[in-house]
Design a protein around this ligand. Structure first.
Ligand SMILES: [Zn+2]
Length: 228
């Protein structure tokens, strides 16, 4: 289905980027994987489009030399592959190539910025004081961005076709889906250590952050000390 209708998707990238239900559409073969680095996992269609528009996850088609739009990538130190669709000849097989790793890192950089999860801004909390009891005001938590129910591929194709025929997309936004704030280092080397996985942040051109990985907020322990 994707192979036949891929041109329809390529013609309508703008709609997909601006409509969260479309943006988070998950193609079955769209994922990244390697044992050594992270983050990896399912790649939403919108993230693929952002990469394609930036010239990333685009490879030379081994059959016709055209533009192969990769939807997935994975491998190990011994070798890896990317897979996707050629816009020109519909080639859609896996391509074993050393350059899988560039695609992987491009995906890893964007994945944490585009998660279809609830984003909450936490309100203020009153605190306990031995003399005055509860002090300070309490304000409610604010839901900034609710998660969306993404469409499946069939529904996406149907809506894009209707849009090309002149139908309006009711929840199309004025701007592309915005990235969310992310303070943690995005790309990391992961090493199996005992029962757990050690994640070592990799700085790709940016200065490494001090104390990264220790994400405990100071609020909790500080409150406890006061009460003791
Ligand atoms: Zn081709």
């Amino acid at each position: 289905m994707l192979r036949r209708e891929f041109p329809l998707i390529l013609r309508n990238l703008r709609y997909i980027l601006r409509t969260p239900r479309f943006f988070f559409c998950q193609l079955q073969s769209a994922y990244s994987w390697t044992f050594w680095f992270g983050p990896s996992g399912p790649i939403p269609l919108g993230v693929l489009i952002l990469l394609w528009e930036n010239g990333e996850m685009i490879y030379d088609c081994p059959k016709c030399g055209g533009r192969l739009h990769a939807v997935g990538v994975g491998g190990s130190f011994n070798g890896g592959a990317f897979w996707g669709l050629c816009a020109d000849c519909s080639y859609d097989s896996k391509v074993v190539s050393r350059s899988w790793i560039q695609g992987f890192f491009a995906v890893a950089r964007l994945l944490p910025l585009y998660k279809n999860e609830l984003i909450i801004e936490y309100g203020k909390r009153s605190r306990f004081d031995w003399k005055y009891g509860l002090v300070g005001e309490t304000t409610p938590d604010k839901v900034l961005v609710p998660p969306v129910e993404p469409v499946d591929l069939a529904a996406l194709l149907a809506e894009l076709e209707a849009a090309e025929g002149g139908a309006a997309i009711p929840d199309e936004g004025p701007e592309p889906v915005a990235p969310r704030k992310c303070d943690t280092p995005t790309v990391f080397l992961q090493i199996q250590k005992g029962e757990g996985v050690l994640k070592i942040p990799l700085s790709l051109g940016e200065p490494a952050k001090q104390g990264a990985g220790n994400e405990q907020t100071s609020e909790g322990p500080a409150d406890k000390e006061r009460i003791q």
